[in-house]
Ligand binder design. Structure first.
Ligand code: GLU
Length: 267
C-alpha cells in the first residue's frame, strides 16, 4: 500500500472552517494545534509550505460585520483586515517554536505569466532555503473575477506543482471522500485510496442531495487531480485533528489518499 513515509517537501492546505469559530473569530486552540504539528514536522527535516484561507472570514470576524459582504469590494476590504490578523497569528505562534513565516499573496495572473511564475518559484525556493515557512493565500484584494482561482484548493495544487512538492495535504471539515452521503447513509464509508479520479468520483462529491459535497469536495477533487497528474500524492483529511499528519507521515492510513500518477507503477 502507498505510504508517505519518506517525503521531503509538502504542502498543507487549511480552510477557513479549520481556523475560525462560527463567530468568524480565530479559533486559537485549533490554530495552535496546527502550528504545533507543522513546527514539529519542520523540525523533523521536512520542508512545509502552508496554503491558508481565512482572510475574508477572519476579517469579517475582526471587523464585527454581521455577515460576509456580498460585494467584491466588501470581500476585498474584509480580506485586507483578515490577512493581517492571520499573518500576525502565524508569525506569533510559529515564532514560539523558533520558526519564521513568509507571506505569499498570489493571483492566477502571477502563475500564468511565465516571468512572474519564475520569480515566484525563485522566491519560494529561497524562502525555504532560508528555513522560513511560506504561508500562501490568494491575493484577494486584487483578485477580481478574471484573474481569480477563487478557491485555495486549486491554488494549493498549483503551489505544490510550482515547488515540486512530494505530497499535498488538504485539511477540511470531514474525514475524507465518502463512498455515499454519510448524512443519509449509515453505511457510508471513507474511500481510503483512490488510484484514478473518475467522473463518477466527481458525481459522488457533488451529486444531487449530497450535503457532504457542498463543503467544497469538488474543488478538493480538482486539486487532487492537478496534483496527482503532476506526480504529487494527495491526501484529503480532517483538519480537526492536525495530529493525524504525524500518523500519515509515519506511514499510516488516514483520510483519502490519492495516488500520484507516475508513482502508481513503482509502488
Ligand atoms: N482566499 C480566501 C480567503 O482567504 C479563501 C478561498 C478559499 O476558502 O478557498 O478568505
Amino acid at each position: 500500500m502507498a505510504t508517505l513515509k519518506d517525503v521531503k517537501r509538502i504542502v498543507i492546505k487549511v480552510g477557513t472552517s479549520s481556523l475560525t469559530h462560527s463567530t468568524g473569530k480565530t479559533n486559537i486552540r485549533q490554530m495552535k494545534r496546527l502550528v504545533t504539528v507543522i513546527s514539529d514536522i519542520v523540525n523533523s527535516g521536512i520542508e512545509v509550505a502552508l496554503v491558508s484561507s481565512g482572510a475574508i472570514g477572519v476579517g469579517v470576524g475582526k471587523l464585527g460585520l454581521k455577515e460576509r459582504p456580498v460585494t467584491t469590494a466588501g470581500k476585498q476590504a474584509a480580506a485586507t483586515v483578515g490577512q493581517c490578523e492571520l499573518m500576525f497569528m502565524y508569525d506569533k505562534m510559529f515564532g514560539e517554536y523558533g520558526h519564521k513565516v513568509g507571506q505569499f499573496l498570489v493571483t492566477k495572473r502571477d502563475v500564468d505569466n511565465l516571468e512572474s511564475r519564475d520569480n515566484l518559484i525563485n522566491a519560494f525556493e529561497r524562502t525555504l532555503e532560508f528555513g522560513a515557512i511560506p504561508v500562501i493565500n490568494e491575493n484577494d484584494v486584487v483578485a477580481v473575477e478574471e484573474i481569480v482561482y477563487g478557491d485555495n484548493d486549486n491554488l494549493s495544487a498549483i503551489v505544490a506543482k510550482l515547488i515540486k512538492a512530494d505530497a499535498l495535504f488538504i485539511l477540511t471539515d470531514i474525514d475524507g471522500l465518502y463512498d455515499a452521503n454519510p448524512n443519509e447513509n449509515e453505511y457510508a464509508r471513507i474511500i481510503p485510496v483512490v488510484e484514478e479520479i473518475t467522473e463518477g468520483l466527481f458525481e459522488l462529491a457533488g451529486g444531487k442531495g449530497s450535503k457532504f459535497g457542498t463543503g467544497g469536495m469538488i474543488t478538493k477533487l480538482q486539486a487532487a487531480q492537478i496534483a496527482t497528474e503532476a506526480g504529487i500524492d494527495t491526501v484529503i483529511m480532517n483538519g480537526g485533528d492536525p495530529e493525524n499528519l504525524y500518523k500519515i507521515l509515519e506511514g499510516h492510513q488516514v483520510g483519502t489518499f490519492f495516488v500520484a500518477k507516475d508513482k502508481e507503477q513503482s509502488r
